[in-house]
Design a protein around this ligand. Structure first.
Ligand SMILES: *Cc1c(COP(=O)(O)O)cnc(C)c1O
Length: 501
């Protein structure tokens, strides 16, 4: 069982030596009898039991964890099963992780994490979480923190900066439809890097942080993918997928399965490795990349090489990645906790743009992970052919996983494809894949048209709703200047902590 990192550290999201939190004693292993007991439970019940095993009762009591799990995974998910596993083709299953309020798997972490976060904060301070995003994280963070109530809500706020021209129309509408007191998003006339850099600069300026502490009793914080509290909730759905397959008689407990995961920052894949550590018989964790395949290359060669590798936009943008922030967690894991090695390798990456894993560890990595990548053409062709065969529409990230699973999985056991987003989020690419003619102009019309060609999954209600309502609302767009962004921080603090009811 872990102790929660000291709340102040949790709030900062980062350990001081820039390392990532890794649970000290690993994840608790759970015995077969207990897993079997979980098979008969609902998702929030499974979540409560597993959270209790991982979080020390002095940090969050069992009763509180249960309340939080039921709050996180209830009617805000459009599927009663929360993370349903559906048969796709042959031995392939999809776990639908997009039924949450913002239609990506990030909701699993972010509907729960804000509650744990608020619970563990020391009293007497306000917390403003700053997020830079170019994708699905922004809307998930806004939704999760926006759902806090009462005192938690009055002292925990979130401000998201996104590149005004660097997110899709749908993503922008999802973020800007949030107008609830303690959570807001601001467009910046620059790129993601500028947003990220500016936030880092704010954390580093003691003049600013001191001023916010004295004037408003407010501490700045982060909620990015490197915060460990985001990984634990993801371990739950990987476990749940296995339990569902047992419950439905596809496998018996103890039989192996493979999981195939569209991989960007490696958080989802890392969580599958942790589920395995807890005793879920996952045989292979298969990491799937698109043509930005630095992770796939790393797993296959042991070399992480940023040199001469520009980021090329793709139709699966959530896995367009060069520096994968959870990778160091994984290296820590395969090196049995060699934090010195992890530090050296990262230093090497910083200064020389590449590193090579020592030879014996490359073997260790390949024991844990398989990896492959998928071209744009193959991705769209997979969406098309699965639709033609089954009527089911996969999103482009799920399709990347499908292509890689087709190539690398040997068919000797079931494979669960992690379906990380609803297809509606990536409508233009899906139209291209399905070769649909006469595409409607307005986004709502587009979603309706897609829904009418798909036999599944269901259209996403919240997505449709935010498109319908969001279009008419404006949002703040600010210049790419440090002082202007600081101004937004101050006005959010004034709005959030001094006014919110
Ligand atoms: C964030 C995201 C990913 C990548 O997940 P990681 O945990 O960063 O590997 C994949 N698909 C979708 C739709 C996402 O939003």
């Amino acid at each position: 069982m872990w102790r929660m990192p000291v709340a102040a550290k949790l709030a900062a999201g980062l350990a001081t030596d820039r390392g990532l939190y890794v649970p000290k004693n690993g994840f608790p292993e759970i015995n077969v009898r207990e897993w079997l007991r979980l098979t008969r439970m609902s998702y929030p019940e499974r979540a409560s039991v597993l959270l209790e095993k991982c979080i020390h009762p002095l940090d969050v009591s069992a009763l509180d964890l249960r309340r939080m799990a039921f709050e996180a995974y209830s009617s805000n998910f459009a599927s009663e099963a929360v993370a349903p596993v559906k048969h796709l083709i042959h031995n392939q299953y999809v776990q639908e992780l997009f039924h949450g309020p913002t239609a990506s798997f990030k909701d699993f972490a972010l509907q729960l994490m804000p509650q744990i976060f608020a619970h563990c904060l020391p009293p007497m301070c306000n917390y403003l979480i700053l997020v830079a995003t170019s994708g699905d994280t922004g809307s998930a963070v806004l939704s999760g923190f926006g759902r806090l109530r009462g005192a938690d809500r009055r002292r925990t706020g979130v401000l998201v900066f996104f590149p005004e021209g660097g997110v899709s129309e749908i993503q922008k509408l999802q973020m800007t439809s949030h107008r609830e007191g303690n959570a807001r998003a601001v467009g910046v006339q620059s790129d993601f890097d500028f947003c990220q850099r500016t936030i880092k600069r704010m954390f580093g300026e003691s003049g600013l942080t001191g001023h916010l502490a004295v004037e408003y009793s407010t501490v700045l914080s982060t909620a990015n993918s490197i915060n460990w509290a985001r990984l634990l909730p993801q371990v739950l759905y990987h476990s749940s997928a296995y339990l569902d397959l047992c419950r439905d008689g596809v496998i018996g407990f103890g039989d192996p399965i493979d999981v195939c995961i569209p991989t960007g920052n490696f958080g989802n894949a890392m969580s599958a490795v942790y589920a395995k550590q807890m005793g879920i018989p996952i045989r292979n964790v298969i990491c799937a990349s698109n043509h930005n395949r630095i992770i796939a290359d790393f797993i296959r060669t042991g070399e992480y090489d940023l040199r001469g590798r520009p980021l090329t936009p793709s139709c699966s943008p959530a896995i367009d990645i060069l520096k994968s922030s959870n990778l160091e967690r994984f290296i820590y894991h395969v090196s049995a906790g060699d934090s010195r090695l992890v530090k050296d390798l990262l230093m090497c990456l910083d200064t020389q743009q590449h590193f090579r894993l020592p030879e014996p560890l490359v073997g260790e990595v390949q024991q844990e992970l398989l990896a492959g990548w998928c071209s744009e053409d193959n991705c769209l062709a997979a969406v098309r052919s699965v639709h033609a065969q089954t009527g089911y529409v996969m999103d482009t990230h799920t399709a990347v996983a499908k292509v890689v699973a087709d190539r690398l999985q040997d068919g000797s056991c079931p494979v669960v494809l992690c379906s990380t987003a609803h297809y509606g989020k990536f409508a233009p690419a899906i139209f291209e894949a399905l070769q649909v003619q006469n595409i409607p102009e307005d986004p709502v019309g587009q979603l309706k048209k897609l829904a009418s060609t798909a036999s599944g999954p269901e259209p996403h209600g919240d997505l449709m709703k935010c498109l319908t309502e969001g279009v008419r609302r404006g949002h703040t767009v600010c210049q790419a200047e440090y002082g202007v962004l600081v101004g937004e921080v101050e006005s959010t603090i004034l709005d959030s902590f001094l006014k919110v009811m």
